[in-house]
Unconditional design. Structure first.
Length: 226
């Protein structure tokens, strides 16, 4: 089961992604998990990460520069735990060094790393952008998937499908109101049914969900914009 609170700590993992900002967030998350447990990590920058983002992420959680160490390149020796950032630099030629450090490494974030799994005896995850700040994290072994929202110094699991459905429903209603003017709740449910090809019960649930989330108001049987 994907547990963000375990990354870098109880989960030894390789995260494969081509997105540098998202990669920095994952390193920041792992460092935070460790420091919160009283363990001070070393971050090996094989390629440059977004330092201001990393430092801001940790500072917002009350941590300072004295709580972690950042080094350049792979060390000859390292204390546990070692986090490695290498997006844009291929680590495969460094297999022997990684194998030597395998007991210290708890997280590697890189753009190409599937072949490293056997060397590090770790789990492997792919992190792909879906849209905007929404990313899909997939466990390479179990194929479990979680949608992550990565922004504003936060990494959190979100219900993307529900959120997308809500956005689609709101757009359908806004389009209908721009064309037809005022909509009754009955009309709105009918429009949602037809445009989204869903049941009446599902359309009603979506409509009242939009109202509860403040996206629109339902007053006296009419739909109004918030």
């Amino acid at each position: 089961m994907i547990d963000l609170g375990s990354f870098g700590k109880s989960i030894r993992a390789i995260v494969v992604t081509h997105y540098g900002v998202a990669a920095t967030y994952m390193i920041s998350l792992a460092a935070t998990n460790l420091i919160s447990s009283g363990i001070f990590p070393t971050i090996a920058e094989i390629s440059p990460m977004n330092r201001s983002l990393f430092e801001g992420f940790l500072e917002r959680r009350g941590f300072s520069r004295s709580d972690y160490d950042i080094i350049q390149g792979l060390p000859r020796f390292a204390k546990y735990p070692l986090l490695i950032y290498s997006v844009g630099y291929d680590l495969r030629p460094n297999i022997s060094e990684l194998e030597r450090l395998s007991h210290q490494i708890t997280l590697v974030v890189t753009h190409v790393g599937k072949s490293l799994r056997l060397v590090l005896k770790s789990g492997i995850y792919e992190l792909k952008r879906v849209e905007g700040d929404i990313f899909l994290l997939e466990d390479g072994w179990t194929k479990e998937r979680k949608y992550l929202e990565i922004n504003n110094f936060e990494v959190k699991i979100v219900n993307y499908r529900e959120r997308k459905s809500e956005r689609d429903a709101l757009k359908v209603l806004l389009d209908a109101m721009s064309e037809q003017g005022e909509l009754s709740t009955k009309d709105a449910i009918f429009v949602l049914q037809g445009k989204l090809n869903i049941s009446k019960e599902e359309a009603r649930r979506m409509l009242y969900g939009l109202a509860q989330s403040g996206k629109l108001r339902l007053l006296h049987g009419k739909v109004e914009l918030s």
